[in-house]
Design a protein around this ligand. Sequence first.
Ligand code: ATP
Ligand code: MG
Length: 336
Amino acid sequence: MTDVADRAPRSSPSGEPAISAWGLTRAFPSGLALDALDLEVYPGEVLALLGPNGAGKTTTVRLLNGVLAPDAGSSRVLGLDPATEGHELRHRTGVLTENAGLDDRLTARENLETTARIRGFDRRTARQRTDELLERFALTERADIAVQGASTGQRKRLALIRALLHEPEVLFLDEPTSGLDPAATRDVIALIGALASEHGRTIVLCTHFLGEAGRLADRVAVLHRGRLQVAGRPAEIAAQMWTGLPVEVDLGGPAPEAVVEAARSAAGVRTADATPAGIHVEVGGRDHLPDVVSALVGAGAAVFAVTPRPPTLEDIYFEIEARIAAEEGRPVGATS
Ligand SMILES: Nc1ncnc2c1ncn2[C@@H]1O[C@H](COP(=O)(O)OP(=O)(O)OP(=O)(O)O)[C@@H](O)[C@H]1O
Ligand SMILES: [Mg+2]
């Protein structure tokens, strides 16, 4: 699992945002799907949109791409208002939807060339773009077989190509790896990583896979029942949520109570608890680790390893869910 500290920013938030939303709101008969979303995504950034089923991720993508109108609030994508300039906007954005939306009766090549022609490319350029992308996505051998025989992974790659034919500046990817096997997932993640580093392309990635989000995203936004819970760089979010640094200490077995007590009384230690392998401590910062080690050694413990464990994106996500559940007085994971 990628920890949140080792992801170097791809770009610094500067200049005009590629995407901005102010109070963006959309209701369906079942209730509010998106409740006053304020969000900014900067050019060249990958933003991961996270949240449980029904949180409003797909609704956000549809609003920002102008295929759904807001009930309140507004947004700008590449300087355009999706609600009124959606047609123009969609020439500059690409979308991979939850359902790939390919025509099963056509071959991969026919699907792609048709889309390229609709996008306004002449026949020759349409064929050229299609061939280039089929090759890049390792689908050349599948190009002339009807899509109905394609696997889930091949469909996803085809759908990704289709979203890329017109070289969009902003790419919305709604669950690009759902249903893929581990190898196909790894390939698609690598492709998205490569796409993100091209031409300052901005990517909004909706996903349930926190490892994927941790690897690809510069910033994350967590939605829950239409409300934005938190947005920012994972390391910054973690720093706001937890002031201490969790550390695993390997003592070759559970720490006896006297050793736990010794750790607890060391400078900078906030909590200390025995674990099957030794002891888990939370310290104010890395600087306190030597004190922890000398306290443990002083109490007669053999210290085999001391491993700071900064919170992962998974830790952040589940902590947010747990805090919401606690506020609502229900068990974690039960959403209604
Ligand atoms: N076209 C629609 N008609 C009615 N209700 C809708 C429609 N689209 C979304 N909703 C509702 O809006 C809420 C948010 O849905 P949305 O699809 O945005 O969630 P999501 O975060 O993408 O979830 P998932 O992880 O399951 O894809 C849900 O309660 C959903 O039932
Ligand atoms: Mg969705």
